[in-house]
Design a protein around this ligand. Structure first.
Ligand SMILES: [Zn+2]
Length: 128
């Protein structure tokens, strides 16, 4: 699927989804703790998917409409973490799902961007 993104970003995890280059090794996921939540859109002509995604402070700018985590974001992150642990140990788990698909995804993404624009001053104070 084509991505409208500058950099690859893993959207479905409980930690920061940014990719970072290792010390001489292959690129891996950032190990920074997730303290910001935002949305990431994957879109083609036919299909759009909007994900809730998490990032550390350093990579918050890779999210659309980033904000410091709210309690509901922390709950979503904690649930993903429980599912990741369950998957690793072979227990039943629930695969993370996009926030919205298709037209709903486009509308929610636009709403998030409007929110971010309206709160740009506050965000500048939060994101280093
Ligand atoms: Zn990060």
């Amino acid at each position: 699927m084509d991505q409208q993104r500058r950099e690859p970003f893993y959207v479905a995890g409980s930690g920061c989804g940014a990719r970072v280059s290792g010390f001489g090794g292959p690129p891996g996921r950032c190990t920074g703790g997730a303290t910001y939540a935002g949305v990431v859109m994957f879109a083609t002509e036919q299909k759009q998917m909007l994900w809730l995604a998490f990032a550390c402070a350093e990579h918050a700018d890779q999210l659309d409409a980033p904000r410091r985590m709210l309690p509901r974001d922390e709950a979503a992150r904690d649930e993903r973490h429980r599912n990741e642990q369950a998957a690793r140990s072979g227990r039943p788990y629930t695969r993370p799902q996009p926030l919205a698909l298709g037209r709903d995804a486009r509308e929610l993404h636009a709403k998030a961007l409007r929110w971010a624009a309206a709160h740009a001053e506050a965000a500048e104070g939060l994101i280093p």
